[in-house]
Design a protein around this ligand. Structure first.
Ligand SMILES: C[S@@+](CC[C@H](N)C(=O)[O-])C[C@H]1O[C@@H](n2cnc3c(N)ncnc32)[C@H](O)[C@@H]1O
Length: 323
């Protein structure tokens, strides 16, 4: 049998996830600690979401010694495990769903099929591989590719309207699986704080935190990924967690969040809870707003417990005031 050649440089998120960092990767990389380029390190991502940063790291840093990812969303972390351990079985199931869905031409019937799949996802006791296949199908066909849960923890996004959604991206699944195995990525499910137990006590550790963003206003932002909320109290807990990590000499961390003070200069929540740390601003184009005219370039915060030389991609405060 001829071994399948896997193109790992196409590894990327296998799922669309709100807050995905795909567009920001080069600006984020410009802000990495300098040591990452010449030392071995442990990479820990406690809010992995779609994993744009994870796959970027796996593609670009051969000197990663250990990789640990975590998310509170069990359906999502199970999906990473399935991609890692059972890519063929997953692809088989996705192709089957793709065929069934592709045979339906009428919009109302497609919607009925979607709702049936959503019901089994929420209510049936499924094996992780079957649940992951449905998760990916729902993600490709739901409104805006959102993942949102109601108070009972049920996925509740309505049907979207896509002409020909790609349900099975076989090459990406194999590429992701190959890298998750090559680095033997450890996949945790739970609160971000447990990631501290996976640090390397003696070597270099790099944490990237991409928590649910603090809303810029009561109605503007999306952050209901799961039924557990991430309010200002959790943002403060995270800042305290970062302060604790900062006491260790071998930890570098970088954290993304919304730029609340650019919207309302009196709202210095992040400047207060991260006082003493380096705060940069980077551009982001948010695509969550359903109203296309309200989508556009916003700034986001990047907080770090180290500094590097200013890069041209980082906008300075003067520019921020002019926005
Ligand atoms: C902004 S998203 C991450 C986006 C991601 N970095 C990407 O590129 O797609 C935030 C993630 O935090 C997860 N989350 C929410 N509360 C959490 C908690 N207490 N601990 C760990 N993860 C949590 C959500 O399920 C969500 O996937």
């Amino acid at each position: 049998m001829i071994a399948k050649r896997i193109e790992t440089n196409i590894a990327k998120p296998f799922i669309k996830w709100v807050g995905g960092k795909g567009q920001l990767l080069s600006q984020l990389e410009a802000n990495f600690p300098a040591e990452l380029h010449d030392e071995e390190f442990t990479y820990i991502e406690p809010f992995v979401g779609g994993g744009a940063m994870l796959f970027f790291m796996l593609r670009n840093f051969v000197n990663i010694k250990r990789v640990v990812i975590n998310d509170i969303n069990k359906n999502l972390t199970n999906a990473y495990k399935v991609i890692k351990d059972e890519p063929e079985g997953l692809i088989y199931r996705l192709k089957h769903i793709e065929q069934q869905y592709g045979n339906i031409k009428d919009y109302e019937e497609q919607r009925t099929f979607y709702l049936k799949m959503r019901r089994s996802f929420n209510e049936e006791p499924l094996k992780p591989i079957d649940k992951t296949a449905i998760l990916i199908f729902l993600n490709r066909t739901c409104f805006n590719g959102l993942y949102r849960e109601n108070a009972k923890g049920f996925f509740n996004v309505p049907f979207g309207r896509y002409a020909n959604p790609m349900i099975c991206n076989e090459e990406v699944i194999y590429a992701d699986s190959e890298l998750l195995n090559r680095y033997n990525v450890e996949i945790l499910n739970g609160d971000f704080k447990k990631s501290v137990n996976y640090m390397d006590a003696y070597g270099l550790n790099f944490f990237y935190f991409d928590p649910p963003y603090r809303p810029l206003s009561a109605t503007s932002s999306f952050n209901t990924y799961v039924k557990e909320e991430f309010s200002d109290n959790e943002q403060r807990d995270l800042a305290n967690f970062c302060r604790t990590l900062n006491k260790k000499a071998n930890v570098r961390w970088m954290l993304s969040n919304s730029d609340c003070s650019s919207k309302n200069p009196a709202d210095t929540f992040f400047e207060d809870i991260y006082s003493g740390f380096d705060i940069q601003r980077v551009y982001a184009s948010r695509m969550v707003n359903a109203n296309a005219s309200k989508r556009g370039k916003l700034t986001e915060l990047l907080v770090r417990n180290y500094t590097t030389k200013p890069q041209k991609e980082i906008i300075d405060n003067k520019y921020k005031l002019a926005l």
